[in-house]
Design a protein around this ligand. Structure first.
Ligand SMILES: Cc1cc2nc3c(=O)[nH]c(=O)nc-3n(C[C@H](O)[C@H](O)[C@H](O)COP(=O)(O)OP(=O)(O)OC[C@H]3O[C@@H](n4cnc5c(N)ncnc54)[C@H](O)[C@@H]3O)c2cc1C
Length: 462
C-alpha cells in the first residue's frame, strides 16, 4: 500500500504484534512500542530443568486461518503443533472424584457428574422462553434459567473459571459468551439453536470454537509473538514504556521512556493494545469518561503453578486435558492442566508436567489475605490427593499475575459502546487488546484482522 501515514502500536502482546505484522506486510509504516525487554505480554514461556512451561496462555484455538498463515509466513511452519487427541477429554471434580465431561448423548446418560434430576432438567430447555433482561444478565443467571442450577455448578462454573478465571454470577452472558447469548436471541433456545447454527456455519465454512483445533508451538506459545517481532526487526522497540499521548494538530505525539531517556514519536494513527488500566492513564486527559470506563474493568489475580514429577510416581492414566474444579467443591485451586499429555516437549520422556491455576474472581482477596507459600502448599496437597500422587514433585515454580484477565462483567456493553464513541470523537486514536472482542489468543488474532481492515480503509478514505 502506498501511504505515508505513520502508525504506532502500543503494546507488544499478541494483539499488537499480529495487527502490526499485517500492516507491515501491506507496506505501511508501523512501529510497535513494548515496555518490557521480552515480547509477548500474556504469552510467556520458560524452559527449566527439562520442563517447558507456558506461564500465561498455554494454547490457543485455531478459529481463523490467519493464525496458521502468520505462523507459516514468519517461519514457524515446523514449530506449529496441534494438541494430542487425548486432550479432547476433560475432567470435572465432584465429591473428590474426577468425572469425564460427557461428549456424546450416551455418555451424558451414563455420567455420574450430574444427577438424574439435573439430566431431566436439561430436557426442559427448549421450552424456556427468552429473558427480558437482555444485555444485563450474567452467564450464571442465564444458565440457571435455561439449564438448571446443577448444570451451572458442575459444568459452567468450572468452565468459566477455566477460560476467564471468572465468576459466572459476575460475567455478562452477552459480552463474555456472545455465541451462547445469540443462540437464545436468534433461535429461542440453546438446543434448537446449536442444531440450526451448525447447519448455517457449515454453509459459511466457519469453524466454531468447540470444534476448532487446539494449537501451540514445540517451543511454547511465546515463540509466536517473538518471531513476528524478529521479522519486523527495528519496527519493534522494546524497553519502550509509553508515558504520554498528546494531540498536536492532526498528529499524535507519543512519549516513551527508553532506558531512562524520554523519546518521542509522531503518528497519524495510534493503536493501544495495552491493558485497560494502563491505557486509562494515557488517555484520560482526552476524555475523563473514557478513563472511568477503562478503570472500572476488573482484572482478577491468578497464580499459575508448575509442577514436575517422575512419570513412575504418577499412577493415574493421564488421558485428557486435565481437570476443572467447581466452586462447590471448595478447593484452593481452580484446576490443573496435564501439560505433558497435551503437547510434546513439555517434559523429558520419563517425567510429567502439570500446570495449576489458583485465584481468579472466585478468590479475589486470597493473595492479599494468605501468604503465597501457604496457598501453594495447600494447592499442591489437594492436587496430589486428587491425582493419587504419593511422591514429592521434582520441580516447582510459579508465575503470579496480579491483574490477569479482563472480566466482561454485567453491563460491559456500556464500556463497548463508549469505546466506539471515543474513537469517533478522536479519529486516529484506537483502543484494542483483549478487553475488546474476546480474551482468548484466537479472539485477539481474529480482532487484529478486523483492526487491520479498519486501518486500511481509514487510510484509503483519507
Ligand atoms: C495466566 C493466563 C492464562 C491464559 N491462558 C490462555 C489460554 O490458555 N488460551 C488463550 O487463548 N488465552 C489465554 N489467556 C488470555 C490471553 O493470553 C490474553 O488475553 C492475550 O494474550 C492478551 O494479548 P494482548 O496483546 O491483548 O495483551 P497483553 O498480552 O497484555 O499485551 C499487552 C502488552 O502491552 C505492554 N504494555 C503495557 N503497558 C505499556 C506501556 N505503557 N507502554 C508500552 N507497552 C506496554 C505489556 O508489557 C504487554 O506486553 C491467558 C491469560 C493469562 C494471564
Amino acid at each position: 500500500m502506498n501511504s505515508k501515514k505513520k502508525i504506532v502500536i502500543i503494546g507488544g502482546g499478541i494483539s499488537g504484534l499480529t495487527t502490526a505484522y499485517q500492516l507491515f506486510k501491506a507496506g505501511l509504516d508501523v512501529t510497535v512500542l513494548e515496555k518490557n525487554k521480552e515480547i509477548g505480554g500474556s504469552m510467556e514461556t520458560i524452559s527449566e530443568n527439562g520442563f517447558l512451561f507456558d506461564r500465561g496462555a498455554n494454547s490457543g484455538l485455531e478459529t481463523v486461518p490467519l493464525i496458521r498463515k502468520i505462523a507459516d509466513e514468519v517461519g514457524l511452519k515446523d514449530e506449529f503443533i496441534h494438541a494430542n487427541a487425548k486432550a479432547n477429554k476433560r475432567y470435572i471434580l465432584r465429591n473428590n472424584k474426577l468425572h469425564a465431561l460427557p461428549m456424546s448423548p450416551l455418555e451424558f446418560i451414563k455420567t455420574k457428574l450430574f444427577s438424574t434430576k439435573a439430566k431431566f432438567r436439561l430436557l426442559a430447555e427448549p421450552f424456556i422462553g427468552r429473558s427480558k433482561d437482555g444485555y444485563y444478565q450474567s452467564i450464571g443467571q442465564f444458565v440457571r434459567r435455561r439449564l438448571g442450577s446443577e448444570f451451572l455448578d458442575y459444568a459452567i462454573n468450572p468452565f468459566v473459571s477455566g477460560v476467564y478465571a471468572g465468576d459466572p454470577d459476575e460475567l455478562s452472558v452477552r459480552s463474555s459468551f456472545p455465541k451462547l447469548y445469540e443462540l437464545e436471541e436468534k433461535y429461542g433456545g440453546l438446543i434448537v439453536g446449536t442444531i440450526r447454527s451448525i447447519r448455517e456455519r457449515k454453509k459459511r465454512k466457519e469453524i466454531a470454537k468447540q470444534s476448532a483445533k487446539m494449537f501451540s508451538f514445540k517451543s511454547g506459545m511465546q515463540i509466536y509473538p517473538q518471531t513476528i517481532a524478529k521479522v519486523m526487526d527495528e519496527r519493534v522497540i522494546t524497553f519502550a514504556d509509553v508515558t504520554k499521548i498528546e494531540k498536536q494538530d492532526s498528529m499524535y505525539r507519543i512519549s516513551y521512556d527508553n532506558a531512562g531517556h524520554t523519546k518521542h514519536i509522531d503518528a497519524d494513527i495510534v493503536i493501544s493494545t495495552i491493558p485497560a488500566y494502563a491505557c486509562a492513564n494515557l488517555i484520560r486527559h482526552f476524555d475523563s469518561e473514557v478513563g472511568l470506563h477503562l478503570d472500572s474493568i476488573f482484572y482478577p489475580p491468578v497464580m499459575v503453578l508448575y509442577l514436575g514429577y517422575k512419570k513412575e510416581d504418577v499412577k493415574r492414566n493421564l488421558d485428557g486435558f486435565g481437570f476443572l474444579i467447581p466452586e462447590k467443591e471448595e478447593k484452593s485451586f481452580l484446576g490443573a492442566i496435564w501439560s505433558s499429555t497435551i503437547f510434546p516437549n513439555r517434559s523429558k520422556e520419563n517425567e510429567v508436567a502439570f500446570t495449576l491455576f489458583v485465584g481468579g474472581s472466585r478468590n479475589k482477596e486470597m493473595f492479599s489475605k494468605v501468604d503465597k507459600e501457604i496457598i501453594i502448599n495447600n494447592a499442591i496437597d489437594e492436587f496430589e490427593k486428587i491425582m493419587g500422587i504419593n511422591e514429592k514433585h521434582i520441580y516447582k515454580s510459579y508465575r503470579y499475575w496480579s491483574k490477569a484477565i479482563p472480566q466482561y462483567t454485567i453491563g460491559y456493553v456500556e464500556h463497548e459502546r463508549y469505546f466506539d464513541k471515543f474513537e469517533k470523537k478522536f479519529p486516529g486514536l484506537i483502543l484494542s487488546g483483549n478487553y475488546r472482542g474476546g480474551i482468548s489468543v484466537g479472539d485477539c488474532i481474529k480482532n487484529s484482522e478486523l483492526m487491520y481492515e479498519k486501518i486500511v480503509s481509514t487510510i484509503g478514505n483519507a
